[in-house]
Design a binder for this molecule. Structure first.
Ligand SMILES: Nc1nc2c(c(=O)[nH]1)N=C([C@H](O)[C@H](O)COP(=O)(O)OP(=O)(O)OP(=O)(O)O)CN2
Ligand SMILES: [Zn+2]
Length: 160
């Protein structure tokens, strides 16, 4: 059976600020993020299986990404908790705002790394996360590829 990649896209609105950055994005601002999630596997061959012909039900993929990413990040403002922004975050949170503290600078690159780790832990064993594309603006995006990031380093086996 062939390996097939399938992709589902998501969108969410998130605020952030890049602490210490030397441009306008050091200010608190927001983006309409688009996330493209691509997984790879072989379509289920069992004709009696309810998911016959599917790598993974798009609905099941949606549930995972919604729970891990969209529902968490949508209409939240993300701050790096390792910077003085943590004070602003605490103040906003105390005033009832939806604030998310992360342990990284919330650039598209770092967010897509975080998302990959979160999604990977939820996928069934026979399905691999192939790639993620996180689009921050109409002209800017970051991509994560499993092939660029082998998680288990190959062991060199000694033959003698
Ligand atoms: N490598 C990265 N560079 C920048 C990031 C990032 O996540 N990774 N983020 C920002 C800002 O948060 C914001 O996204 C601005 O991005 P930019 O593409 O520069 O936005 P513009 O509106 O200026 O884009 P134009 O389409 O060129 O007008 C900054 N850099
Ligand atoms: Zn930004």
């Amino acid at each position: 059976m062939s390996n097939i990649r399938i992709t589902k896209s998501f969108s969410f609105e998130t605020g952030h600020a890049l602490y210490g950055y030397d441009g306008k994005c050091r200010n608190v601002h927001g983006h309409s993020y688009k996330l493209f999630v691509t997984v790879i596997g072989t379509p289920i061959a069992d004709t009696n299986h309810v998911k016959y012909g599917m790598v993974i039900d798009f609905g099941d993929l949606k549930k995972i990404v919604k729970e891990e990413i969209v529902d968490v990040f949508d209409h939240a403002t993300v701050f790096n908790k390792n910077t003085p922004h943590v004070e602003l975050a605490k103040e906003l949170s105390n005033r009832g705002h939806n604030v998310l503290l992360v342990n990284y600078q919330p650039t598209s690159e770092m967010m897509v790394i975080d998302f990959a780790e979160k999604i990977k832990t939820r996928l069934p064993e026979n399905i691999q996360l192939y790639s993620l594309k996180l689009q921050e603006t109409a002209t800017s995006y970051a991509e994560w590829y499993a092939s660029d990031n082998p998680s288990t380093p190959l062991r060199v086996l000694k033959t003698n």
